[in-house]
Design a protein around this ligand. Structure first.
Ligand code: ZN
Length: 243
């Protein structure tokens, strides 16, 4: 008999990488519908859309208030300060490849391998919190420019983390092969119209951090790439559900 019996899925504890955006909110709902205990983790690395961080606690509070079955499963929130990432994304310090980064269409705030760093910090925290599942909103469909979001990258990292921690660490990415429209559908399947309304009202995606303008799909400038993706996905989802 093993001294580390593998818990059944419902008994396992999950740690969700939770930014307060649409994708990670749907991931949090997904985890709350599956696991007995769910904690959340955010990263503060001086991102321009810091307003996302302010949305995190609102989303957690609304999920607990509107979904009584999920409330007792929602555990502690953690916020890790990764200000050092600012040193790597600063083009003044990394000018040798600044032009390449710009020419590739990636934003100049791009931090190479950022998700590898996030997940490695998350795994270290999960280990200390007794969690064996990490849940993240990485997606190949809409972010194919980011190699650290690819399914095979994350599968390889899952193996590396499980070996390096000498403890099983499962990386779950429920959005990996979904379009933005399908992410809205998943929210609907998990929590019905109430969850979709919560996503619209309380999550934040806009790169510019604009919450002064309310669109059909939520708050945002409506013009940055993140707003465009969110708006197009919402429109496609609505078109798909129209009678
Ligand atoms: Zn925007």
């Amino acid at each position: 008999m093993t001294s580390h019996p593998q818990a059944l899925p419902a008994e396992r504890k999950a740690l969700v990488l939770f930014s307060g955006g649409q994708d990670s909110t749907v991931c949090l709902a997904w985890a709350l519908s599956r696991y007995a205990q769910v904690e959340t983790l955010g990263f503060d690395y001086g991102q321009r859309h810091r307003v996302e961080l302010d949305c995190r606690l609102n989303v957690r509070r609304e999920l607990a208030a509107q979904f009584p079955a999920w409330a007792p499963r929602l555990g502690d929130d953690h916020l890790l300060d990764l200000a050092l990432l600012g040193q790597i994304s600063d083009t003044a310090l990394t000018s040798e490849r600044a032009i390449e980064v710009a020419a590739s269409g990636l934003p100049n705030t791009f931090v190479p391998g950022r998700n590898l760093l996030f997940l490695t910090f998350a795994a270290a925290l999960a280990y200390r919190r007794g969690a064996s599942v990490l849940v993240g909103g990485m997606c190949e469909t809409d972010y194919s420019g980011y190699p650290d979001c690819r399914d095979n990258t994350l599968k390889a990292l899952q193996v590396a983390l499980s070996l390096g921690l000498d403890a099983p660490m499962t990386l779950e990415t429920p959005l990996m092969f979904l379009t933005k429209a399908q992410t809205w559908s998943l929210a609907d399947a998990l929590g019905g119209p109430a969850l979709n309304a919560l996503v619209v009202e309380h999550t934040h995606t806009c790169y510019l951090g604009d919450r002064s303008r309310r669109q059909a799909w939520g708050y945002g400038c409506g013009e940055c790439p993140a707003c465009e993706l969110r708006a197009q996905g919402h429109a496609a989802w609505l078109a798909g559900t129209a009678p």
